[in-house]
Design a protein around this ligand. Structure first.
Ligand code: C5P
Length: 233
């Protein structure tokens, strides 16, 4: 059963708590990204956990293995449920993240890896020394590296999730942003999928921001997306 994660793309802990209270029981999982975490720090994670919600801490760690290992452990102590690393940090870094997460047992953080940021194109990859591979080929290579090295899953676009979920082992987590219910505003997202399509393609966690947060009735918008997801599984 796929889960919906609402992106807390707000600037303060108070706004985050207000949004969660407004949405109520409909949503049990929230994403805290770099902007909110840099503004409010671990207290915002504690505030979301205190409301009984799961936390996806999306800080995209990319550092030496020891630093990533210790940072994942800090996330585990905060009760974080899902957290991101960059697959391009390499095999030892991914292993270190997975091993630190495993210390917390079954209820500990799951580690999902970002492969190629969706903002990068082929020429950006070439600038970084990745020559002779398309972004899609690089996504697949890094996806295999990540899951072979112990990551529980991947963050990927709805355009990639179908081929990745058919290729990688069963049980892999696929977190997909860029989800838009039919008829909702696209905003700055370019490659989008409906919630039903994302679920059918193998997404296990759908990250949704504006379609819920900017809706006149966020709880109703969340329930409508959940109903669409349920109809596809
Ligand atoms: O408002 P919207 O539904 O577009 O928000 C999607 C969330 O997912 C935002 O927090 C955004 O930063 C994040 N995200 C994304 N596309 C990516 C990676 C992350 O939209 N490729």
């Amino acid at each position: 059963m796929a889960e919906m994660i609402v992106a807390l793309d707000v600037q303060t802990r108070q706004e985050a708590v207000e949004r969660i209270r407004t949405i109520g029981d409909a949503v049990g999982f929230y994403k805290i990204g770099l902007e909110l975490f840099t503004a409010e720090g671990p207290d915002v994670v504690k505030a979301v956990k205190d409301l009984g919600k799961k936390v996806f801490l999306d800080l995209k760690f990319h550092d030496i293995p020891r630093t990533v290992e210790r940072s994942v452990r800090s996330g585990g102590r905060l009760g974080v449920d899902l957290m991101t690393i960059h697959a391009s940090g390499g095999r030892a870094m991914i292993r270190a993240a997975a091993e630190a997460a495993a210390e917390f047992g079954a209820g500990g953080p799951r580690i999902v890896a970002v492969t190629v940021l969706t903002s990068l194109d082929r020429s950006d990859l070439e600038d970084a020394g990745v020559v002779g591979r398309t972004p899609a080929e690089q996504v697949l290579a890094l996806a295999r590296l990540a899951t072979d090295s112990g990551a529980h899953g991947l963050v990927c676009s709805p355009m990639e999730v179908g081929s990745l979920s058919r290729t990688l082992k069963a049980g892999t987590i696929f977190v997909t942003p860029g989800v838009r219910p039919a008829g909702s505003a696209v905003g700055d997202q370019k490659r989008i999928a409906t919630p039903a399509d994302a679920v059918r393609d193998g997404s296990t966690h759908l990250v949704v921001g504006r379609p819920v947060l900017a809706a006149p009735d966020p709880a109703a918008a969340a329930r409508a997306i959940l109903a669409e997801m349920a109809s596809a599984q």
